[in-house]
Design a protein around this ligand. Sequence first.
Ligand code: SAH
Length: 264
Amino acid sequence: MIDSARLRLPGFTPGSVWLVGAGPGDPGLLSALALHALDHADRVVYDALVDPRILELARAGAVLEAAGKRGGRPSPSQPDISARLIRLARDGNRVLRLKGGDPCVFGRGGEEALALADANIPFRIVPGITAGIGGLAYAGIPVTHRDIASAVTFVTGHERGGAVPESLDWDAIAKGSPVIVLYMALNHLARIMARLIEAGRKPDEPVAIISKATTEAQRVLVSSLEGAAASAQAAQIEAPTIIVVGEVVRLRATLDWLGAGEAP
Ligand code: SAH
């Protein structure tokens, strides 16, 4: 329970939906608004990536339902999930739609919000710490750094249908962005790394693969653009992973405050 009055948090009105980011895993990274929503929700509709420790924080009496999309496993379609949120809100529930990381960073939060707006359901978007920022912090890698990296690009390695996103301008990303943070890229790692080298990035540029970031099972593997795919395979790195390309990765040697990493 948090002191909602002292924090001046808004009421969670019956019949409304809050689209809330749960962060990458560590419950300590939840926002006050997210905790407030967990304290008051009647229904919690959660994604596969939401950490079980966070679901345990829901109010006793709240009904929890899984609605995650996870490659390979049967899961409700996006229109089904949106329809479900609308139904639950129309039935007068306080509906907490809980998503991993930030709801609008590769999380379809925008699609769900559009459906709610279309159905005239009142909603609120509560940002969360996205894995591409929180995961880097827990690996001791600054996402930008003066003199080394003044721009960062967040990229998905996975498009609707599962292929490497060919629609992206990889040459422009490689040239314009000293730091590249890749989501959903583990399955296509070899191709993406090769594509960045082809676009002019140095083969020995450092790459970090952060698996299960901010959870008790976090693992960090440091390699290079040319070596990343082989080392991920050799180390049997498991999804979900955030992959970061750039000189900022070298700072981890000094900044690994968590000390949970593995030697390169
Ligand atoms: N909305 C989420 C991203 C959803 S897409 C966010 O803002 O973080 C799912 C991808 O996010 C995964 O394939 C992985 O690339 C990344 N991801 C999410 N949680 C993660 C975690 N704890 N550790 C590493 N990567 C994570």
